[in-house]
Design a protein around this ligand. Structure first.
Ligand SMILES: O=P(O)(O)OC[C@H]1O[C@H](OP(=O)(O)OP(=O)(O)O)[C@H](O)[C@@H]1O
Ligand code: HPA
Length: 183
């Protein structure tokens, strides 16, 4: 069977959450994060690459003092199944005694966030919080009942793209969230 081109893949995909739904989810997340962290001087870390859009949407909605950095940990590459986690860039700030908020696009199986949480705790963070645009609903989580502290939307167990999530490196650059046809 002939594989769809990258433009065809977009045209054939199912839109699961449109722009308005995603923007409303960012509003809710930012309000919840503000309630929890506004007076705690957090370090906010974006997980590259997927967390880029989420951070770009959330940070301007967080109207309180914070510092921001980035890290890069990846385990999917161009595949639709995850493998070993590879750290490409580790956090550089001194996080001892500070609350850290990790921002990413998706909590899928959770191996990525679990490793990042462990790393930040080992570096002395006083607490580690996680914020994801989507939580994928299935029973394959890395840790039983693993949940992010701040979740925009729960999504079905399909391969997604948009709002930071990529298919073969493409289509991170939408606000709406899509599922690949047939996956
Ligand atoms: O919950 P998990 O099953 O661990 O998957 C979630 C992670 O997978 C994606 O990153 P990816 O490995 O594709 O790296 P990238 O964002 O740099 O493409 C996504 O951005 C999350 O960081
Ligand atoms: O469904 C997904 N789509 C894109 N990237 C991902 N990384 C983990 N799960 C996904």
């Amino acid at each position: 069977m002939k594989l769809p081109t990258i433009p065809e893949l977009f045209e054939q995909a199912d839109c699961l959450h449109d722009e308005a739904e995603v923007l409303a989810a960012f509003d809710r997340m930012a309000a919840a994060i503000t309630d929890r962290l506004a007076d705690r001087n957090p370090l906010v870390y974006v997980v590259m690459n997927g967390g880029l859009i989420a951070a770009g949407q959330l940070l301007p909605r967080l109207k309180f003092p914070l510092q921001q950095g980035y890290l890069h940990a990846t385990r999917y590459g161009l595949e639709t199944n995850g493998g070993e986690l590879a750290w490409k860039v580790r956090p550089t700030d001194d996080m001892r005694g500070r609350p850290v908020l990790i921002v990413d696009d998706i909590l899928d199986e959770g191996h990525t966030l679990a490793a990042i949480i462990d790393y930040c705790k080992a570096e002395g963070a006083s607490a580690v919080y996680t914020a994801v645009v989507v939580n994928k609903l299935h029973d394959r989580k890395a840790r039983p009942e693993f949940k992010a502290d701040f979740v925009g939307l729960d999504v079905v167990d399909r391969f997604l793209f948009g709002c930071g999530m990529d298919y073969q490196g493409y289509w991170r650059n939408t606000l709406a969230i899509y599922a690949v046809k047939g996956l």
